[in-house]
Design a binder for this molecule. Structure first.
Ligand SMILES: Nc1ncnc2c1ncn2[C@@H]1O[C@H](COP(=O)(O)OP(=O)(O)OP(=O)(O)O)[C@@H](O)[C@H]1O
Length: 610
């Protein structure tokens, strides 16, 4: 119930929808009922039981009761027959009333559906946007614990589940109880005795349905989790198809997929079978009641009882049959809702995830720095083991620091904690003496440009990829950045130049071209601090030269931390920091370190650097 209430909260303010919805629904129900009530005069006319037409009939005095409306109808009904002099014309009159009622009832239903569509779309759009907002604000640490497939499944399937299950259920739960109440009122009006029979049926079916729905909820969780796994395997396969085929691992991946899919199919089958059970249960219970009704009511009519005549009994049965559908709808809605509630819980689990990287209420602005960046006694761990241990490092403005060391030494982690992708566990990183956690997060990150090993581009134009996040950027400035990054020439040769869409993750470009675009992006951003994960190893010599030249220009007049893979970069570094198992083991210039005959010397000898 709590989840349901919270979900409704995404459609607030509810008073924009509910009163309007109730009014349209009531119009639909009342005119729908009048429509069926027309059966009584219709049958009376057809079976020629109209009887004597009274000479004068007083216009009934207004009161808000069924009797008033019945009398009003009779008044016009008999007046019509009297005026036309034929009972046949009474048929036309009744048919005309039915036509008008059907039109109004359907207009009411249509309008109420429109209100619900509005509510539904508002709620879903807010949910999707909140999820996306959360995705963009969750810290990196969150993503190493979650799989992409799970998160994508939440954005697509879980939101879809809410659309198809919860919202339809809300629509039914806000409409069908009114229908049942209305029809029950009419049934009581037509025959109290018969109606008392039917009431027994409702609590019995209610109990059965609630049992089935509880079971469904457990299975719902499980099936969505398995669906997330299916998406995961698919996503991995699509992005790694080259590797899968070259390692001839197709069979292995197919087996992996089939195994998850098999489990998902099994759980889904059981769940759908259980869901389908709700409908036959209520149908059987309903038919049993109808049989009892027909026997009891039919006997009254056959015996010529004063309590019931043929036309009223027939109408009664029609009215009763109209209750069956909404009753069934409600029971189905309650069961399907469970599935939707499970989906909502999965969404809320993400929305409630802790954003551990936050800024303080009175965070300081920062747009530039004057002196230095310092790592003061910094320790950090992802999970249990310290990945960085008591790091002391000062980077003066304008310096280029090269981080070197074996794989897993902690170099990338050193770079990741500067823009606060992760927060340090101990110690502090300071810019001009102020802890970076004191600054506005947006300001801090705006000061830092990152060029990573993997060229990450977006499915957009070249222009928008260079001026990423700045839709109104000056075209000339973008072209200028591209020229510095040695990217202008190849961009000009693209189909639509700077306005060319570069495809999913820039797949239409070569590795070197992609890398030069990311460099142009960093040049355009023009940040005072640069983090460079040197990424030239995957490129051929020609391409490498172009990228290197672009990088050299990018580094000019900036404070740079390079995770260095190349001797040519390292040689020019102001200071080389040699890391090993989370510790700074050696530091100094290239010449100084070579003389020390330590780790660095070995790395160079082993030709770890090209
Ligand atoms: N998201 C993460 N969750 C848990 N552990 C991590 C995570 N990222 C890195 N590690 C671990 O932290 C240690 C340091 O990793 P880091 O990426 O900083 O090393 P590196 O020196 O940059 O290595 P490489 O040169 O191979 O990129 C490694 O042991 C790695 O397994």
């Amino acid at each position: 119930m709590k989840t349901f209430k919270r979900l409704l909260g995404y459609a607030t303010p509810l008073h924009h929808y509910i009163p309007e919805y109730v009014i349209y629904t009531l119009i639909g129900i009342i005119f729908g009922m009048v429509n069926f009530a027309m059966l009584i005069p219709l049958l009376t006319v057809i079976f020629n039981q109209v009887g004597e037409v009274p000479n004068t009939l007083p216009h009934p005095a207004f009161s808000f009761s069924i009797n008033y409306f019945v009398d009003l109808f009779n008044y016009y009904f008999y007046s019509f027959i009297r005026a036309s002099g034929s009972k046949q014309s009474a048929l036309y009159f009744v048919c005309a009333v039915i036509g008008v009622c059907i039109t109004i009832a359907n207009a009411g239903r249509y309008m109420s559906s429109r209100v619900m569509v509005r509510l539904k779309m508002t709620m879903l759009s807010r949910l999707r946007n909140n999820l996306y907002l959360k995705f963009t604000s969750l810290p990196m640490g969150y993503y190493s614990q979650q799989t992409k497939g799970d998160l994508l499944s939440t954005m697509t399937n879980d939101v879809q589940e809410i659309e198809s299950n919860v919202i339809n259920a809300i629509q039914i739960l806000l409409r069908d109880p009114f229908i049942i109440i209305g029809y029950f009122a009419a049934l009581f009006y037509l025959s109290v005795n018969l109606t008392l029979f039917t009431i027994v049926f409702f609590p019995v079916s209610g109990l059965l349905i609630s049992y089935v729905s509880k079971k469904l909820k457990q299975k719902g969780w499980f099936s969505q989790e398995l669906l997330g796994k299916i998406l995961n395997v698919t996503e991995e396969t699509l992005s790694g198809i080259r590797i899968i085929q070259s390692f001839t691992a197709e069979r292995f991946m197919r087996d992996k997929f089939s195994e998850v899919d098999h489990r998902f199919t099994k759980v889904s089958k059981a769940m759908y079978n259980q869901r389908e059970l709700a409908s036959p249960i209520s149908e059987i219970l309903g038919v049993i009641v109808i049989v009892i009704l027909v026997i009891y009511g039919g006997t009254l009519v056959l015996n010529g009882s004063d309590l019931l005549n043929g036309a009223t009994f027939m109408t009664y049965l029609v009215f009763y049959s109209q209750i069956m559908q909404p009753a069934k709808n409600i029971s189905t809605a309650i069961t399907t809702m469970q599935k939707g509630i499970v989906a909502s819980e999965r969404i809320f689990r993400i929305l409630d995830a802790d954003i551990s990287i936050t800024e303080k209420p009175n965070a300081l602005p920062i747009t530039s720095f004057q002196e230095n960046i310092t790592y003061n006694n910094v320790s950090f761990k992802y999970e249990q083991h310290d990945v960085l241990k008591h790091i002391q490092l000062t980077i003066k403005k304008g310096q280029m620091i090269a981080l070197v060391g074996r794989s897993g030494a902690g170099k990338s982690t050193m770079a990741d904690i500067l823009p606060r992708f992760y927060d340090v566990n101990e110690g502090a990183i300071r810019i001009d003496g102020t802890d970076i956690r004191e600054f506005k997060l947006h300001d801090l990150r705006s000061m830092i440009g990152v060029v990573s090993q993997e060229a990450i581009l977006f499915n957009d134009t070249v222009l928008n990829n260079i001026a990423f996040g700045q839709p109104d950027a000056d075209r000339e400035a973008i072209i200028h950045a591209a020229k510095i990054a040695n990217a202008h020439e190849f961009i000009e040769q693209l189909e639509n130049g700077y306005d060319t869409f570069i495809g999913d993750r820039g797949l239409k470009l070569s590795g070197g071209q992609r890398q030069r675009l990311t460099i142009a992006r960093a040049i355009f951003k023009n940040p005072p601090i640069l983090i460079l994960d040197e990424a030239t190893s995957a490129l051929d010599t020609e391409s490498e030269k172009l990228v290197q030249a672009a990088l050299d220009k990018l580094m000019q007049n900036r404070t740079t931390i390079v995770i260095a893979h190349r001797l040519s970069t390292i040689q020019f570094a102001s200071e080389i920091v040699v890391m090993d198992q989370g510790l700074i083991k050696e530091r100094g210039t290239h010449e100084q370190l070579l003389q020390q005959d330590g780790i660095y010397h070995k790395l160079v000898e082993m030709q770890e650097f090209k």
